[in-house]
Design a protein around this ligand. Structure first.
Ligand code: SAM
Length: 222
């Protein structure tokens, strides 16, 4: 999964991962069960490998601040065009900094980000980021995430689990054992909930899957 793979996906509009609706785990844990309205402006949510996810817009509209990171410039430009958010762009440095009201997006490689660039972060929302990467890159990703986050930072991690031999990733299957292998040394891990999702995913049924579930975890940086 090199940079060209993702650039091609965006250029060819092969972005089946992009959702027009708000992620239900996000809506529940940051909406219904989220912080009270008056506290939200103090929270800043890091969205790694963010694509043009509408979840970021939802977070901003619901009072949170957001910092996203995405490799492909096209995705970031589309995000701002489609969300109609006013923004400025600073091209200095390896990562291009898009800045809007309540939202920053750092366009460039996740693996070369540093703490100073992402700034203060209270939360992370990982949907289709860890599971977008093959096994060796997942280890690097978890290591980088550990380096970027300060103690106390919470992460809502959503994974998919399915028989890996039935379909090539991405998205890749990541089970509970792997989440622990990647994160248990540096994060507290609470499994929040899991649900079967095969019936909601005709595109994965067409690719041959016979079972599919999503699991949400709350991780806390130790
Ligand atoms: C499966 S998509 C998920 C996008 C988003 N999280 C969502 O829910 O729609 C994975 C995204 O990661 C981006 N990506 C891949 N490798 C990256 C890297 N090294 N640094 C930053 N972004 C990367 C891709 O361009 C793609 O937009």
């Amino acid at each position: 999964m090199d940079h060209d793979f993702w650039q091609q996906r965006w250029q060819n509009n092969e972005i089946g991962f992009h959702q027009e609706t708000i992620n239900p785990w996000l809506a529940y844990y940051y909406g219904e069960k989220g912080a009270p309205a008056e506290k939200r402006a103090t929270l800043r949510v890091f969205v790694p490998l963010c694509g043009k996810s509408r979840d970021m817009l939802w977070l901003v509209q619901n009072g949170y601040r957001v910092v996203g990171n995405e490799l492909c410039d096209l995705a970031v430009r589309d995000f701002f065009k489609e969300s109609k958010l006013q923004h400025s762009v600073d091209y200095a440095g390896e990562h291009t900094h898009y800045q809007g009201d309540g939202i920053d997006i750092l366009q460039g490689d996740f693996f070369t980000l540093d703490r100073e660039q992402i700034g203060e972060v209270s939360d992370v929302f990982d949907r289709a980021a860890l599971i977008a990467l093959p096994p060796d890159m997942r280890r690097q990703y978890a290591g980088k995430m550990t380096e970027l986050l300060t103690p106390g930072t919470r992460m809502l991690l959503v994974t998919m689990t399915y028989p890996q031999q039935e379909m090539d990733g991405p998205p890749f299957s990541v089970d509970e054992e792997e989440v622990h292998a990647l994160y248990a040394e540096n994060f507290g891990i609470d499994k929040l909930a899991a649900r079967n999702t095969l019936q909601d995913e005709p595109r994965f049924q067409q690719r041959g899957l016979t079972a599919l579930s999503e699991t949400a975890y709350k991780l806390t940086r130790l």
